[in-house]
Design a protein around this ligand. Sequence first.
Ligand SMILES: [Zn+2]
Length: 358
Amino acid sequence: MKGRAWSLLGVAALAAIPIMVRAQEAGYPITVIAPGKGPYTFPTGYQTPWDKIEIMVTEKMSPNLFVLHGSQGLDPAHPDASGGRAMALFGPDGVLMVDTQNRQVAEKTLQALRTFTDGPIRILVNTHVHGDHTGANAFFAKQGALIYSQDNLRNEMLRPPPRANGQPAPAPDMAGIPVATYQYAATTSGQPAVTFNMNGETVDFIPMMPSHTAGDTIVRFRKANVIYIEDFYRNFGYPFADQANGGSIKGMLDAVDLIEKLAGPDTTLIPGHGTLVKKQDLLPYRAMLVDIMAKVKTLRDQGKSLNDVLAANLTAPYDKTTMGDTQESKNRFITEVYDEVKDFPPVVDGKRTMPRHP
Ligand SMILES: [Zn+2]
């Protein structure tokens, strides 16, 4: 048997299995196309030209574990490489996908996948709710994928929070909603909710504490010694906790600390955006979160308004080492911290009722 048996193990069974940290397969990972470095500027009113965006194999993590990502310089939401990384584990047992890229490039994502496998697409796991990671869910469900996620992600999709301008979000496409769900629990933090043994690999879906959103999952590939860590860490632009979808800057610190425990020194960490990293690369990011939270809290405790805190330009010491830093990305980060250090609303149904700032 070469990993042909499908097994779904419960958390209780897994707790007893020691996780071996293995050496990476010789010669991997291979970066085929690195993300761009910028700087990028887009004129006012610029619209993403989806027809120009290509989806390509950008990294190979093992002989049968590939990463798909988009073109640089075209998508203002993610100018270094369009959309969020998707992954595919492939082989005789079919395809397991992590995330699905933007809806507008669904057909191209499938074509890119078909350059290396003609296997059936069986399993899909969503790392978080954002459209650059779940946009083509319905498309891939129609290809046969069974979609897994945290319960909170399903709730965020079924009953989305209002948009930043207060307008209600559009109704979801029911075909793209996860059907197999699980929950995060602090008492079992770091343990997989689901494990797949297929194509010679062992894949763990590990639910995360509210961090980038309240529905995050990281995905560990034990043999390849790789963890897809999605968006609670980023190295292009300032940190983003989507608090309306239950995210938390403090939770992002906890997420970094969990990776410290789960990853070995050589484990390749795959963020949703930016460059591939190792766990020691997360430490300056962690230090920045701690520093900014303390400074914003001090100012807010002194009664400073959000505008006062923004004007203090607290991110200035980090601008030189933060690729893709924009005023918008700084302001968003500082506003999140300001909202979090006092009267931070709780997560209800995967979401938080955040204050609106004019
Ligand atoms: Zn993303």
